[in-house]
Structure formats: structure tokens, C-alpha cells
Design a protein around this ligand. Structure first.
Ligand SMILES: Nc1ncnc2c1ncn2[C@@H]1O[C@H](COP(=O)(O)OP(=O)(O)OP(=O)(O)O)[C@@H](O)[C@H]1O
Ligand SMILES: [Mg+2]
Length: 252
């Protein structure tokens, strides 16, 4: 099972947009895929489910030993794609886990106990480097970092990579940096070329060839509870996320 954590503690860089569309792309290629939402904002969940209909969510799984991951997993209208949803209650989790010895390992333990066969698990994380993101990194085989094409793109990257090193040194030595994907790119600006170079200086050959352009369609699709592939199949966003999915499959 390939478990990909999508993380960057900067907010609004395209983590959720990447998580939902990468997960949908995998599923549409016939790969059994589980999207785990670990962000209390629940944006990934809302993109595929009516979360009000799901009384149990990832908060219950991670805070309470009696709720298994399988108990909250819900099918989506996309064939081969299931979602483990989050709700705002997840915001209470960090404070609860901090005093628990197994705090960083909760998600890993729940995933290990899952007997459903998924080829890919994609984890969306909140814009923070706290225990929720640490749970994702401990459970993951791979980390994918969306980096916004902006002047401040690399602010905080040092802290992110330092956290990854700490997690590699003890709880999860096998965690691999799958790559960095440049998002919200506007190729008309010269700034974006400079930013591209700055990102390549930090991530080297780990930068994906595929860059995700700014696209209104990508912004609109979650409100219609659809991935970009059904909402606007001819759009640049659909093409780019399809290409990114191909690159990810080549790299894992
Ligand atoms: N390529 C894109 N083109 C246009 N809009 C985009 C694109 N990618 C993301 N957005 C929009 O930018 C906003 C932030 O994106 P997204 O929610 O994916 O980021 P995030 O990193 O998950 O944010 P947060 O840190 O709050 O969880 C959203 O309104 C989203 O629809
Ligand atoms: Mg998000």
C-alpha cells in the first residue's frame, strides 16, 4: 500500500486541491484509493460527501480506540474512491494526543489494522506542523509537497524538511520525499519563472515536471462535489492533474 501524505504548513497552497484530484485520478485509473481527510476544515470531505450524513469521522478514529478506520470510510460517486472524512471536531485532537505516548502513531496503527485492500492512500493535512501532520508523516510511505508559485513560496520549507528529517530518524525511517509540485502557477509573469528556479534550487530533481496552473475550474469543482475530471474534463487542470498522477505512479 502506497500512503502519500500531502503536506505543507503554509495555508492555501493547493494541498486539498491536489489531494482530491490526485485521489480521483488514481481511482479513475482503476486503482483502489482511499482519501483520508486530516484537516479539521474538512475541505476534502466536503468535495465528495455530504458530511452531515456521517456521524463518525477521523476525530473518532484517532481519539477513541473503539472506532476503527473502516467504520468511518464512505464510498464516493467516483468508482474506486472512498473517503475517510474529517469535521471541525478534529480541531480538538491535538490537545488530546499531546499527553498520549502513542500520540504520533495513532493513524499508522489504524491503517495497519485496516483489512480493506487499497493500492493508494492519499492524506490531506492541515496547514500546521502539529501532531495531526506528524501522524500523517508517521503513517506515510511518501510525502508530496505542494508549493505555491509565489514570492513567499519557500517560507517555512526549512521547518517542513526539518520535521521530515526528525520523523525519518526515529518513527518512520522509510519516509520518502516523493516530490514537490508547483501549484497556482501563472506562466504569464516573470516572477513565476524566478520562483520556479528558487523551488528547483531547494528540491532539485524532486520537483515534478508537471506544474499546476491557476484555473478557475479547479476552484469551482469542489462546490459541485466533483473532481476536475468530471466537472471540467477538457480544462488545463484536468490535464495537469492527470499528468501529475502519471508522474506519481512512475515515482512510487
Ligand atoms: N490551480 C489552482 N487554480 C485556481 N485556484 C486554485 C488552484 N489550486 C487551489 N486553488 C484555490 O485556492 C484556494 C486554496 O487551495 P487549497 O484549499 O487546495 O489549499 P490548501 O493548501 O489545502 O489550503 P489550507 O492550508 O487552508 O488547507 C482554494 O480556494 C482553491 O480552490
Ligand atoms: Mg486544505
Amino acid at each position: 500500500m502506497t500512503v502519500i501524505a500531502i503536506a505543507n504548513q503554509k495555508g492555501g497552497v493547493g494541498k486539498t486541491t491536489t489531494a482530491i484530484n490526485l485521489a480521483a485520478a488514481m481511482a479513475m485509473r482503476g486503482r483502489r484509493t482511499l482519501l483520508i481527510d486530516l484537516d479539521p476544515q474538512g475541505n476534502s470531505s466536503i468535495s465528495f460527501l455530504d458530511v452531515r450524513k456521517h456521524d463518525k469521522n477521523m476525530f473518532d478514529v484517532l481519539s477513541n480506540g473503539s472506532v476503527a478506520l473502516a467504520d468511518v470510510i464512505a464510498p464516493t460517486p467516483v468508482e474506486n474512491l472512498d473517503v475517510a472524512p474529517a469535521r471541525i471536531s478534529l480541531a480538538k485532537l491535538e490537545a488530546m494526543l499531546i499527553s498520549e505516548i502513542d500520540g504520533p502513531y495513532r493513524l499508522k496503527d489504524r491503517l495497519d489494522a485496516l483489512d480493506r485492500p487499497y493500492e493508494f492512500v492519499i492524506i490531506d493535512t492541515p496547514p500546521a506542523l502539529g501532531l495531526i501532520t506528524v501522524n500523517a508523516l508517521v503513517a506515510a510511505t511518501h510525502l508530496l509537497v505542494p508549493v505555491q508559485s509565489s514570492y513567499f513560496a519557500l517560507e517555512g520549507t526549512d521547518d517542513l524538511l526539518e520535521t521530515v528529517e526528525k520523523i525519518r530518524s526515529r518513527p518512520n525511517p522509510n519516509l520518502k520525499l516523493l516530490g514537490a509540485v508547483i501549484t497556482l502557477h501563472d506562466k504569464r509573469t516573470t516572477l513565476s519563472r524566478d520562483v520556479h528556479k528558487a523551488i528547483a534550487d531547494v528540491f532539485g530533481d524532486r520537483v515534478f515536471q508537471t506544474t499546476i496552473s491557476k484555473s478557475i475550474r479547479l476552484e469551482e469543482s469542489p462546490a459541485h462535489k466533483e473532481s476536475i475530471f468530471t466537472f471540467a474534463p477538457q480544462s488545463s487542470g484536468a490535464y495537469e492533474y492527470y499528468r501529475l498522477c502519471e508522474e506519481v505512479i512512475e515515482r512510487v
